[in-house]
Ligand binder design. Structure first.
Ligand code: ATP
Ligand code: MG
Length: 602
């Protein structure tokens, strides 16, 4: 490709609406253009990057025996009603774009394809002899994200590889999951990314069957906790750790104390001269289930600990059947305004005790009349603890479970692990923290969809069983941008060679010099013929402008037909290191082929 013929526009200044480096650089270097909120045009350079990433993904998937297909993006609502996700996806979470066609039929634009693939499997899979099987596709997905941002990182239209596997037994599912773990590791390594595979939250389905692949970058939306020994890494949503040791309580007898102005743990500790590890903190939450019922939740947790709201949400989702609901649609610490909507009388906020009476709730059809009461493991072990007295300005000290307070039946782990905590697998290791961009997520689904949608097979004994499923997603467009987030300098992008739009750029410093042009044209033709993907900067621009642009778009090797041609050489500059050397013209093709081969070895 000749730059003189390309639709190529670079911007000198940072676009106003871009916050993170990769977003700014992709806009400035002419890779993408914003069309609407979370909607981008992939311009020719970007499209080449996306195709390279897709090809690496495809090769790694094919190696595992998975088969590529292409599923419809327009999906009938019926399928989503069968799985029970239509209302949550279109209304509660509102992540799915939906529409009504001319026959008054409801349709959704595919945010993901579990329903469609399960419908295919239900039609086609009859017997264990057809299992396992694994289909994947690379395709545009649509999600009406609440906060589209950072360019391709969180778009409303983006490219994903999604794959779905079907199995007769757990062992087979685990095998494919392992294969995908390896395939995803290979994909990210081949794309030139620094990443970490981490244990991830798999929602209320539970199990240990979910891994996220995090590209490490400060702009990442996720926090990862890991240990130096490399044996533990988890998304903070899922992470576990050992809490600090509890200090022995100085209060040996139970009594109520006046503790004015102590509505936070810190103030209370200062006032009573005690440690937060001796306090049972009682945190109020408010959740709404999918059919509209509001449920109030009281969590007892040790004073120095925080509630992990993802873990809490999972526990509440497990209780959904008890409320004739499927899932929850919101969870928050209620504001005063929210409290006014259900409180029968003024709550002793900041002084709540574990036995806060259900009388505080003015129950009705919309509001459950009782608190759901959870106690976190950390609070269960406490002896002679301090806690609220259900009266403003008062606490109790020297309290014990099953003496003054009944221990709630629901004992759970809902505490947040944090940096500096000791690791469970080895208490001498402490948790470290890093930011990550979730590029991929692999998941053992089990029978959630097959059971809901009646996708079954007949096993060797002739019994009909629901299919076991796994699903595996990688964000192709997000991954491409995260490569930039990980690799740039003040002058522009530094693409990893394997996914750079072109390997090399031949720059003619002086377009009026016939010899420069002749050598550049020759190299341009020969390099491309040899498989070194090369662009020619044959624009009538100053050399300085051309060098700036080449740096900005981040092509790995720049070949300059400048002064050195007098000695039969050209200058070659490596974008990543800025190393420059003069190489004989006839050796250029072989040298570059060699470098590229080394850098992209599968
Ligand atoms: P997130 O938590 O970031 O919203 P997700 O859990 O919704 O991601 P999945 O449904 O597992 O993501 O989708 C698989 C992959 O698709 C993700 O790992 C990510 O790389 C990519 N992805 C998801 N949502 C978006 C988006 N809005 N824009 C770009 N890529 C996305
Ligand atoms: Mg999402």
């Amino acid at each position: 490709m000749r730059l003189s013929q390309m639709l190529f526009v670079t911007l000198r200044d940072d676009p106003a609406d871009a916050e993170i480096p990769s977003h700014k650089l992709l806009l400035r270097a002419g890779y993408i253009r914003r069309i609407g909120s979370g909607i981008y045009a992939y311009l020719p350079l970007m499209w080449r990057v996306l195709q390279k990433v897709s090809q690496i993904v495809r090769e790694e998937m094919n190696k595992t025996g998975a088969q590529e297909c292409l599923l419809p993006q327009i999906q009938p609502a019926e399928l989503w009603k069968e799985s029970g996700r239509w209302d949550t996806y279109t209304k509660a979470e509102g992540i799915m774009f939906s529409l009504i066609d001319r026959r008054e039929q409801q349709l959704g634009l595919g945010p993901t394809h579990e329903e469609v693939i399960t419908a295919v499997a239900r039609d086609m899979i009859r017997s264990y002899r057809q299992l396992p099987t694994h289909l994947y596709q690379i395709q545009t997905k649509f999600r009406d994200e609440i906060r589209p941002r950072f360019g391709l990182m969180r778009g409303r239209e983006f490219i994903m590889k999604d794959g779905y596997s079907f199995h007769a037994d757990e062992e087979s599912l685990k095998q494919t999951y392992q294969d995908m773990y390896q395939a995803y590791t290979n994909m990210l390594r081949r794309c030139g990314l620094a990443f970490r595979a981490v244990e991830a939250d798999s929602g209320a389905i539970g199990g240990s069957g979910s891994t996220e692949f995090m590209v490490l970058a400060d702009a990442g939306e996720d926090e990862v906790l890991y240990t130096e020994d490399g044996k533990y890494a988890a998304n903070v949503e899922k992470a576990v750790s050992l809490p600090a040791d509890t200090q022995t309580s100085p209060f040996t007898t139970f009594e109520k104390r006046e503790t004015p102005g102590t509505d936070t743990i810190e103030k209370l500790c200062n006032f009573l001269k005690c440690s937060p590890t001796q306090i049972v903190k009682n945190v109020l939450y408010q959740t709404v289930y999918d059919h509209g019922l509001t449920v109030l939740v009281l969590v007892n947790i040790r004073g120095d600990q925080e509630v992990n709201e993802v873990k809490l949400q999972n526990e509440l989702t497990k209780l959904a059947p008890q409320f004739n609901a499927k899932t929850i649609i919101s969870l928050s610490v209620p504001t005063n305004e929210m409290i006014e909507n259900w409180a029968a009388k003024s709550l002793p906020l900041g002084y709540i005790a574990p036995d806060l009476s259900d009388d505080y709730i003015a129950g009705n059809k919309q509001v459950n009349s009782k608190f759901v009461r959870f106690v976190d493991q950390t609070a269960v072990e406490l002896k002679n603890f301090v806690t609220g007295a259900n009266e403003s300005g008062f606490h109790v000290v020297g309290a014990n479970w099953n003496e003054q307070f009944k221990l709630p039946e629901l004992v759970v782990d809902i505490r947040k692990a944090k940096v500096g905590d000791r690791a469970v697998h080895d208490p001498t290791q402490t948790l470290q923290t890093a930011r990550g961009i979730e590029a991929g997520h692999i998941f053992q689904l089990g029978i959630k969809y097959s059971q809901a949608m009646g996708a079954t097979y007949t096993n060797e004994q002739g019994e009909e069983k629901p299919l076991l499923m796994g699903c595996y997603g990688v964000g192709v467009s997000r991954l491409a941008q995260s490569a930039v987030e990980q690799s740039y300098d003040k002058d522009g992008i530094i693409w990893p060679i394997a996914i750079a739009p072109y390997h090399a750029i031949v720059t003619i410093p002086n377009i009026k010099d016939a010899q420069q042009i002749e050598i550049a044209e020759k190299l341009y033709t020969e390099l491309n013929k040899a498989g070194v993907e090369t662009i020619l900067d044959d624009r009538d621009e100053r050399a300085g402008v051309k060098f700036k642009d080449a740096d900005l778009i981040g092509i790995p090797f720049r070949i300059v037909t400048g002064r050195a041609i007098a000695n039969g050489k050209v200058e070659v500059v490596k974008r990543a290191t800025r190393e420059s050397e003069e190489i004989a013209i006839e050796e250029i093709v072989n040298t570059l082929k060699q470098w590229i081969k080394q850098a992209t070895a599968a």
